[in-house]
Design a protein around this ligand. Structure first.
Ligand SMILES: [Zn+2]
Length: 309
């Protein structure tokens, strides 16, 4: 604290004390003066009431959330602000909201809803662990050292991906029942991880669907295009990112063609590109990845059972 502001503080304290009756003044009014009303309102408490703990079911949420899972809920009417573990959660005008648990989330998530009367409702949502597929490769070394071209290009690509995922576009796609962007054999599951000679590699951040090059890819839900990477990125190839609103995004990797442009609003079921093998891909397939505010989530349970075809 600077000497000046300290001096100001002292001066303020002196001015305040001048307004306070001397300590010896009687606390009660003398009997012969007009009595002040006895039922003066008690001073308002300065601390807000403690949060009311509620069951997640009261907010329309499931009793627990799986690692990599999403859940839709409804905030109590009049709620002004919603947070999950202290981070803001988008609240639709009708009170609907979406929360998700990262692939590596553990313990419980704490959801808090602020009500207009300074009350806070708090629900704790336990995270159910999942058994991720772990493949141990004792004969193979971890990912080879990236070349100079990769090292030069990668930082800008990562910045574009981060910006596209943080765009916070306005869309109601998050409220829809998601569809598979392409159907086919699932050739890679979300969360799977390889351990190379005891050294864990990064886990698989999406679900892979194997289909022939050129197969149309459709929007799994309404969204706004926030990235259309063409020319292809080093790892993701032609990469398309859709923002479904409420912090929920989808990324489609290795496309042979992108048929939409940044800023375009696409509707569920609309063709957005074609399956390919651009970037680091061993064969034609769609890698579909989803995130919610930095949490990586598994698209497979979001899209549900895959229809035949
Ligand atoms: Zn993949």
């Amino acid at each position: 604290m600077s000497g000046r502001s300290f001096a100001v503080t002292l001066a303020s304290a002196a001015a305040l004390s001048a307004c306070v009756p001397p300590a010896a003044a009687p606390l009660a009014a003398p009997a012969d003066t007009v009595a002040a009303p006895r039922d003066e309102p008690a001073p308002r408490p300065t601390l807000p009431p403690p949060p009311e703990l509620v069951s997640p079911l009261r907010l329309g949420l499931p009793p627990a959330i799986a690692q990599g899972g999403v859940a839709l809920g409804t905030a109590p009417s009049g709620a002004t602000r919603l947070t999950l573990d202290g981070a803001p959660v988008s609240l639709a005008p009708d009170g609907r909201f979406l929360v998700a648990a990262d692939r590596d989330a553990t313990g419980v998530l704490t959801l808090s809803a602020a009500l207009p009367d300074a009350h806070t409702l708090t629900a704790t949502l336990p995270v159910t662990p999942r058994a991720w597929r772990i493949e141990r490769l004792d004969q193979v070394a971890k990912v080879p050292v990236p070349d100079a071209d990769f090292a030069r290009r990668r930082p800008a690509e990562l910045r574009q991906i981060a910006a596209a995922r943080a765009a916070d576009a306005v869309s109601d796609g998050w409220r829809q029942r998601f569809r598979w962007p392409v159907t086919g054999r699932i050739s890679g599951q979300f969360g799977a991880q390889r351990v190379y000679r005891g050294e864990p590699g990064s886990y698989h951040g999406g679900v892979d669907v194997a289909r022939g090059e050129g197969t149309p890819v459709i929007a799994p839900a309404d969204g706004v295009v926030t990235l259309a990477a063409d020319p292809p990125f080093t790892l993701e190839g032609r990469l398309l990112i859709l923002d479904h609103g409420a912090g929920l995004t989808s990324a489609f990797l290795h496309l042979s063609r992108i048929d939409v442009r940044v800023g375009q609003h696409v509707r569920q079921g609309e063709p957005i590109g074609r399956v390919g093998r651009t970037g680091r891909a061993s064969g034609p397939h769609l890698h579909w990845a989803m995130t919610w505010r930095g949490s990586r989530i598994d698209p497979q349970p979001v899209a549900g059972a895959m229809p035949a075809g």
